[in-house]
Design a protein around this ligand. Structure first.
Ligand SMILES: [Cu+2]
Length: 280
């Protein structure tokens, strides 16, 4: 089924396709299944009057005409360089819910416990924030991202998800864990469960969720529940790319370990690829 939408814009410049496309991108919240082949009709009135651009927007689930090219989606790519030593990076406070756990395994500083041994891809996330994308309803993925309990640690240490996503918490250790959080976007307690079992939680409010284990007080992770899908996990060399980003201005943020590490403003115009590097 086709839906036809007429969209007009007055402009002083004959090459204002950019303005047009950015306004169309801003139309996205009212159009759920955006598949946009675009046809443009440019009409010039009397000399000195503004051009009137008229766009007809047809939405169809499998349109072959122009495809995503018409959206001129851009991308942000770059490299993360971590120069801080582990001593400079804030250590997570141990969380003991009950006094009976005061003797929880602080001595377990063996396998998986040294944070410097954790791969960059498990500690860093780059994500974009913008006012315009806050109002949009992005479809959460049907696949469930995984926060493993393995080697007496959570893997990854930072998990970015789109709001509305369900996360799976499998126990892959040969002992019990008890995952919980007191964070306001999502308070939960999964209870104790043994190796091979998994439980899941849906995160329906954006924000930062600190995750702990009730049995092992050193275990912690952070789930970033984000308002848009424009985020990326770097590879272990620090390289990252966020694809299919609409034109606009964003704050690009680097999250590292338990903290927001750095932010910078970035603009995408005309579907270009923009380079943003971070040093922390
Ligand atoms: Cu545990």
């Amino acid at each position: 089924m086709w839906t036809l939408v007429c969209y007009t814009v007055e402009t002083d410049s004959p090459d204002d396709w950019l303005i047009m496309s950015s306004k169309l991108v801003n139309c996205r919240p009212i159009m759920d299944s955006w598949r946009a082949p675009l046809m443009i009709d440019v009409r010039q009135g009397v000399i000195g009057s503004p051009l009137l651009l008229v766009a007809f927007l047809m939405m169809n689930s499998g349109s072959p005409l122009f495809g995503q090219e018409a959206l001129r989606m851009g991308e942000i790519r770059g490299k993360i360089t971590i120069t801080k030593s582990e001593d400079d990076i804030q250590k997570p406070p141990p969380v003991d819910r009950y006094s009976t756990h005061r003797l929880a395994p602080t001595s377990m500083s063996g396998a998986g416990m040294s944070s410097s041994a954790v791969k960059l891809s498990e500690r860093a996330v780059i994500y974009l924030e913008s006012q315009s994308s806050k109002a949009q309803n992005f479809q959460p993925p049907t696949a469930h991202p995984i926060l493993d309990q393995r080697d007496l640690a959570f893997h990854p240490q930072v998990l970015p998800i789109l709001v509305g996503t369900t996360v799976e918490f499998p126990n892959k250790d040969n002992l019990f864990h008890n995952v919980f959080s007191y964070s306001s976007p999502k308070e939960f307690d999964l209870g104790r469960y043994p190796t091979g079992e998994s439980k899941s939680i849906r995160f329906d409010k954006a924000g930062i969720v600190r995750v702990y284990c009730d049995i092992h007080s050193h275990m912690n992770a952070t789930i970033l529940v984000l308002e848009n899908p424009f985020f990326a996990i770097p590879d272990d060399g620090g390289a990252y790319v966020i694809k299919n980003v609409p034109n606009g201005t964003y704050i690009a943020r680097l999250w590292f370990g338990r903290d927001l590490a750095a932010s910078q403003s970035v603009s995408i115009k005309n579907g270009e690829s923009v380079s943003v590097n971070f040093t922390y």
